[in-house]
Design a protein around this ligand. Sequence first.
Ligand code: HMG
Ligand code: MG
Length: 302
Amino acid sequence: MSIPDKVRIVEVGPRDGLQNEKGPVIDTAVKVELINRLSDAGLNHIESASFVSPKWVPQMGDAAAVMGAINRRPGVVYAALTPNMKGLEAALRAGADEVAVFGAASESFTRNNINCSIAESIERFQPVLETAIKEGVRVRGYVSTTLGCPYEGAIDPTKVADVSSLLYDMGCYEISLGDTIGTGTPLLAKRMLEAVAAKIPLEHLAAHFHDTYGQALANYYAVLEEGLSVFDTSVAGLGGCPYANGASGNLATEELVYMLNGIGVEHGVDLDKLIDAGRYICRELGRANGSKVAYALSEPSP
Ligand code: HMG
Ligand code: MG
């Protein structure tokens, strides 16, 4: 399989990046400014909010206000997480262009993340999919813990393929394969992808790798070599998962864009503007920038 000429980047910073931010709830206006800067940088698929319980994830409590205040750029998909009908109804009211349900390949992670079993999660997602599709809104399906679980350790790729197939068969147009805790390594990522791609066409799959162990860029390159062309990343490497201890953010979008520039794969993102967006949000949050590329390009050249 040859490397694709072009990839789609799904920017998850405003959701996956900010959901776990400690400290006071981030101002809605800051989230909106971040999203606007990301679209200005050329990102055309931005996961912008999460319609989950604010008791579980306080940072996403203003999801409707965020969705309502974005400067909507034509051609950009502003997506949101919706774990159940309550979330979907709110997301539709707020004008989400796309929604996502999120399950996992591990029972214990599912229980900790969304308070139900895998089988119950699939039952819960059924009406979400039916309603969203009836409303003309596409549904993405996440499968977490595809390369390891914080509670169960190694995960059998056939389990990942089984849960992915259930979501795909229910009508998810794309399945995003999450290395939630970032323990995966390149050959494991390839084997996992091969198991899932045996059941679901590759063009309906995406990778969502966290960078906890510094493996995400290598893992992305490994699955790019397999022909995968949709990658979830987070500006400035923001983020983590509230129900996966020690998890850090997704690979920084800046790192992926820099690598794609180097190997000549088209992506449509302006690296300078992206770096500015990352610097903006890090300044606002008072936290260090998680992108090495942003750091390297901040120094004047010798
Ligand atoms: P539950 O407690 O089982 O739900 O939570 P419930 O139906 O019993 O409702 C309990 C309360 O929550 C009720 O309020 C509901 O109204 C409210 P109360 O009567 O107590 O005042 N509620 C809601 N409020 C707002 N929006 C909703 C909603 N649903 C119920 N949609 C639930 C079940 C799924 C809601 C809960 O477990 C939850 O919100 N979990 C959040 C999980 C989460 O956001 N995790 C992080 C995102 S997933 C992730 O990061 C992984 C990913 O990036 C991929 C990867 O990296 O692998 C996608
Ligand atoms: Mg994630």
